[in-house]
Design a protein around this ligand. Structure first.
Ligand code: MLT
Length: 328
């Protein structure tokens, strides 16, 4: 009888807690990279859409906690109070960093609640405006002819831009051909590229489309299996597979997470609001305009999201180990 009473009280407390959620306290979405970059862009567009779909005057704020390929921001959320007010928006780095950081302070599949996958973003291989190459073939030949003299910008070991650079150099057998230069995100890296301080970068279309359109950077190829024929600007660039890099395929998925132990009813409220946001025409239009594809399949659901990340961790481990470079 006592146990039944205790259980009933717990359920009442939980539903009262969920009923009261989020209340007036803002919900912070932690972005583990610098403001103004591709991950920040997804988070701000999603926050805007979820303000509408969550209702009840819910207020979402974006908090940028950059560094170490995204692992500093992810650690912050793994250790945050499981009350639904601190979330993490992280990308493929969630799956890449376990193989790179052997002393990671969290376990991606154990220390987080999964709220669903949001989108998938192709990447573009780009160069500073002064780079003496205008086609992918010229670009690869130039890097090969200047092995050891050029540099590659990225957002830290384990970041999407780092992973892409690593995979491309591996695929064209130009390992270590370029010095890698880490930044707190691809927003500051992009400023350095546009300014000619760095030579090459591989970055998400959500961050490159505007720069390519403005002629501030040169683009050479996209990382999807086929060229992006449906995109008004990016359709002009070949895919790396079309350039002979067999099986080269990299898109950057983004997911939403909460600290382990966040109440189920709160997770359900957040997941429902997130799924509705992914159907918001304004959100979809913004994302697609930048070459991203918004998720519409079962990976919007926590279980399928988690299964997908587990599969990605298994897929990326041998790729990263093949490169033989670790962050710690
Ligand atoms: C960013 O938002 O800066 C990027 O996602 C970083 C990266 O992983 O390349």
């Amino acid at each position: 009888m006592k146990r039944l009473l205790a259980a009933a009280l717990a359920v009442t407390a939980l539903s009262t807690f969920a009923q009261g959620f989020p209340g007036s306290k803002p919900i912070s979405i932690v972005v583990p990279f610098a403001a103004g970059g591709p991950t920040d862009r997804v988070a701000r567009d999603l926050a805007e859409a979820m303000r509408k779909t969550m209702g009840g005057g819910a207020n979402f704020v974006v908090e940028n906690v950059g560094g170490a390929g995204g692992t500093i921001g992810a650690t912050k959320v793994a250790k945050a109070a499981p009350d639904g007010h601190t979330l993490l928006l992280f990308h493929i780095g969630m799956a890449a960093t376990p193989a790179l950081y052997r002393k990671l302070q969290y376990k991606p599949l154990e220390d987080f609640e999964y709220l669903g996958l949001i989108n998938e973003v192709p990447m573009t291989l780009i160069g500073k405006p002064q780079l003496p190459a205008n086609t992918y073939r010229d670009f690869e030949a130039y890097i090969r002819a200047n092995s050891g003299k050029l540099n590659l910008a990225h957002a830290g070991l384990g970041s999407a831009s780092h992973l892409c650079g690593l995979m491309w150099q591996h695929a064209v057998k130009l390992n270590e051909a370029m010095t890698t230069i880490p930044f707190g995100g691809t927003a500051p890296a992009m400023n350095a590229l546009v300014g000619g301080q760095v030579d090459v970068m591989c970055d998400q279309t959500t961050n490159t489309t505007g720069q390519i359109e403005g002629g501030r950077v040169k683009a050479f190829a996209v990382t999807t299996p086929k060229s992006l024929s449906g995109h008004k600007l990016l359709k002009d660039y070949p895919s790396l597979q079309e350039m002979g890099l067999k099986d080269f395929n990299l898109t950057i998925w983004h997911g939403l997470y909460a600290p382990k132990g966040t109440p189920a009813a709160v997770l359900a409220q957040l997941n429902t609001a997130m799924k509705a946001a992914l159907k918001d025409p304004a959100f979809v239009q913004k994302q697609e305009g930048l070459g991203a594809v918004v998720v519409t399949d079962k990976r919007m659901e926590p279980e399928a999201h988690k299964a997908f990340v587990a599969a990605e961790i298994a897929k990326l481990k041998p790729v990263i180990e093949a490169a033989g470079k670790f962050a710690d």
